[in-house]
Each structure stands twice: as structure tokens, then as C-alpha cells.
Design a protein around this ligand. Structure first.
Ligand SMILES: Cc1cc2nc3c(=O)[nH]c(=O)nc-3n(C[C@H](O)[C@H](O)[C@H](O)COP(=O)(O)O)c2cc1C
Length: 183
């Protein structure tokens, strides 16, 4: 037997992508960080649904750059710090007690304690209703030593990557093990 799922809940049938924190700077160099769960990656692009009132959106439109950062289980509490609304100009990396990581190709820093970082440049945007779908080209990446397996794949189990399945009372799932399929 099947039961109906309401139209506005259909998206919840698809587990989210890993939760990310996007770091940006404004035109004066003030650093901002915010949590995002709604995005799609189709290399070389990442497309993030960003509410246009967010500082993240304003900063990306102002500077054209952003960094995608992946927290692990050890940084779980910081996710909601980056999810809180702070006044403009507040550096949420400092608020979360974390450290800036110098980027290689863009001005916004990454978050040093986080597991992986992708430096991005704004490409295009599309209005998708309440949010803007903001596409960035992934330019450069880095991750903690020991988190790439022998074939160069990111080890999401070791990194303790988190997917947010409920919000605003957050519930996360994280991959516990790999299951090998048949070719
Ligand atoms: C787990 C989680 C997921 C979130 N996902 C999104 C999202 O996909 N899009 C969005 O616009 N806001 C999302 N938010 C809300 C923003 O993180 C929040 O409003 C933040 O304060 C925006 O900060 P800013 O104004 O500094 O950009 C999410 C928050 C949390 C905690």
C-alpha cells in the first residue's frame, strides 16, 4: 500500500545533499558564513538556492565569489551558528570559534576546521520563487590529508559528512559505511 505525500513535501523524499557552509566577503572584505542544504552539483557547476535577503546572496552579487565548506561530525554544533541571522558585517567564522583558511583563487576564506573546501566563481542565477538559484563554477578544491582514497574519491565516511534531513530542529544523517555494488 502507498500513501500520498503532499506536493510541498515531495522534496523531502529525496535525502538532501551534504550540508554546506558558504563563506563570502562583501566589497569591504567583511567575512560572512551561512549554512545551506538546498543545492545541486553538476560539475563544473554548483547551484545553490539562496534567499535573496541573505547576506550571502548580496555578497556573491557584489564580489562574484564564494567558498563551499563541508563540516564533519566534529563541527556539528557550528552548523546552527552559521544558520542564525546575524547583523551585516558580523564574521560568523569567529562567532563559531573557528579559523579562517586562506583560499587560493578567490578572496573569501574557507573554514580551516571543516573537512573540504571548494572555491567558486559566480556564473548565473535564476529566480525559482522564494529563492534565487545561484550557479557558481567550481575553480579549486582542498580537503584534509587522508580523506582522499587511493582512487582520489573523497572519503565521506571517514570525514563524517552530514546530511540535514530536518530543519529548523536539526536532524542529521551521516554515511556509516560503504556498500559495494556489482558492475
Ligand atoms: C541546516 C540548514 C540549512 C539551510 N539551508 C538553506 C538554504 O538552502 N537556502 C537558504 O537560503 N537558507 C538556508 N538556511 C538558512 C540560512 O543559513 C540562514 O538564514 C542564515 O542566517 C543566512 O545567513 P546570511 O544572511 O549571513 O547569508 C539553512 C539553515 C540551516 C541551519
Amino acid at each position: 500500500m502507498k500513501i500520498k505525500v503532499a506536493k510541498d513535501r515531495c522534496g523531502k523524499l529525496l535525502t538532501s545533499e551534504p550540508v554546506i557552509v558558504i563563506t563570502t566577503v562583501d566589497k569591504d572584505g567583511n567575512i560572512n558564513g551561512a549554512t545551506f542544504g538546498s543545492y545541486v552539483r553538476v560539475a563544473p557547476l554548483i547551484m545553490v538556492a539562496i534567499f535573496p535577503g541573505h547576506h550571502t546572496y548580496g555578497n556573491i552579487k557584489e564580489t562574484g565569489e564564494f567558498v563551499v565548506n563541508l563540516p564533519g561530525r566534529d563541527q556539528i554544533d557550528s552548523i546552527m551558528v552559521f544558520g542564525k541571522g546575524y547583523p551585516e558585517g558580523v564574521n560568523e567564522i569567529q562567532e563559531a570559534g573557528l579559523t579562517e583558511l586562506k583560499s587560493t583563487m578567490v578572496k573569501p576564506p574557507g573554514i580551516a576546521e571543516y573537512k573540504a573546501h571548494i572555491e567558486c566563481r559566480f556564473k548565473w542565477e535564476k529566480n525559482v520563487g522564494s529563492h534565487m538559484l545561484v550557479a557558481g563554477e567550481m575553480l579549486a578544491g582542498s580537503c584534509d590529508k587522508g580523506l582522499l582514497d587511493e582512487e582520489g574519491y573523497f572519503d565521506v565516511v571517514k570525514a563524517g559528512i552530514l546530511h540535514c534531513v530536518r530543519y529548523p530542529e536539526p536532524v542529521y544523517i551521516s554515511p556509516e559505511k560503504y556498500t559495494k555494488g556489482k558492475r
